[in-house]
Design a protein around this ligand. Structure first.
Ligand SMILES: NC(=O)c1ccc[n+]([C@@H]2O[C@H](COP(=O)([O-])OP(=O)(O)OC[C@H]3O[C@@H](n4cnc5c(N)ncnc54)[C@H](O)[C@@H]3O)[C@@H](O)[C@H]2O)c1
Length: 313
């Protein structure tokens, strides 16, 4: 019998599309979506769903046993901007959910884990251009501290207990199926919605703030590629750098203007500017290219075309 896959936090920006992709690949019935809240109608109707709190070990263990889960994708977390407002809640959610899945694997109740990290693990002292895989990491945000600690624990569980945990440091993700959930790069999704609905957008970052970004299709493809790679090819058990493109608010606005010439952007930086200023502007992902053959497909022009044409429908 084919073992099943469990997604925790399946109703979020990444979880939703990851659920669709895994269901398409493995079949609807063996991919169990779960979250503390219900998701959109398409997701809820596409296969099994469980209301599940990822910080509740006993409830998680029960679902894992019931569905004979072998692989867990842990997408539940509190993101960067929200975490600055609720530091202890963010720490508890981000760390306890991770310990729960790591301990399930340590006890041989599941075989494999995917856990996402973020470019937020880097900090103001990290070289900002082409940030290397191994470099200074002194995160200055609650979210970044939790992700960096998480990376160290993943590596520790792999070294000490042989846990097969795999991870990617996602850049800011751009998608049209689900709205983003409280991150610092959310502007790069909101801007397309506002461009179509209002013809203008007020950006919460300065016009020249360059950040690493990726279109969701690339992020999902990278995730599946990493999870299907042979264990001996996975040389990094903390988390892999991953890159596709880097741009500023001014540059994304210019790419939108190529389709909507009257589009107007203005800038009103808020507390998220400080978070963005502490992050890299571009990422060196040569290790992911070398170890498991990573190559991105979407640049800014292609992303803008996809976003505007899909959101128009
Ligand atoms: N979206 C990005 O740009 C980005 C970038 C880097 C890393 N990441 C990481 O990827 C992961 C998923 O991010 P996302 O953008 O989809 O986030 P999101 O906020 O859109 O979704 C998170 C989901 O987790 C759920 N959740 C919250 N608490 C829960 C709990 N106790 N139990 C179960 N579910 C719970 C929420 O209801 C939500 O549906 C996170 O770990 C995030 O840090 C995201």
């Amino acid at each position: 019998m084919q073992k099943s896959i469990l997604i925790l936090g399946a109703c979020g920006q990444i979880g939703t599309e990851l659920t669709y992709a895994l269901r398409e690949k493995h079949g609807n019935e063996v991919v169990i979506a779960s979250d503390i809240r219900e998701g959109n109608e398409d997701l809820m109707n596409s296969g099994p769903f469980e209301l599940l709190d990822a910080t509740d070990y006993n409830a998680l263990e029960e679902v894992v046993a019931y569905y004979e889960i072998s692989e867990v994708y842990l997408m539940a977390a509190m993101l960067s901007a929200t975490a600055e407002k609720f530091p202890m809640r963010a720490w508890n959610l981000n760390m306890n959910s991770l310990f729960n899945v790591l301990n399930l694997a340590k006890e041989k109740k599941i075989d494999k884990i995917f856990w996402p990290s973020s470019i937020a693990v880097f900090g103001p002292n990290t070289p900002a251009d082409h940030t290397p895989q191994n470099t200074i990491m002194e995160p200055s945000t609650v979210y970044g501290i939790s992700k960096q600690s998480g990376e160290r624990w993943c590596n520790y569980y792999h070294q000490k207990f042989g846990v097969d945990v795999r991870s990617i440091r996602y850049p800011g993700l751009i998608s049209h199926k689900t709205m983003p959930g409280g991150g610092t790069t959310d502007y790069a999704v909101e801007i397309y919605h506002k461009a179509l609905s209002e013809g203008s957008y007020t950006c919460f970052l300065k016009k020249d703030t360059r950040l690493p970004m990726m279109f969701m299709d690339d992020a999902i493809r990278a995730t599946l590629l990493l999870m299907r790679s042979k264990p001996e090819n996975i040389k990094i058990r903390s988390s892999y750098n991953l890159a596709a493109m880097s741009f500023t608010p001014e540059e994304i606005a210019k790419s939108i203007k190529a389709w909507i010439p009257d589009f107007k952007i203005s800038y009103k930086p808020d507390f998220r500017q400080e978070i963005a200023d502490s992050w890299p502007s571009s990422i060196d992902d040569s290790q992911a290219q070398k170890d498991w053959g990573w190559q991105s497909n979407f640049d800014l022009e292609k992303t803008t075309k996809e976003m505007l044409s899909n959101l128009k429908e």
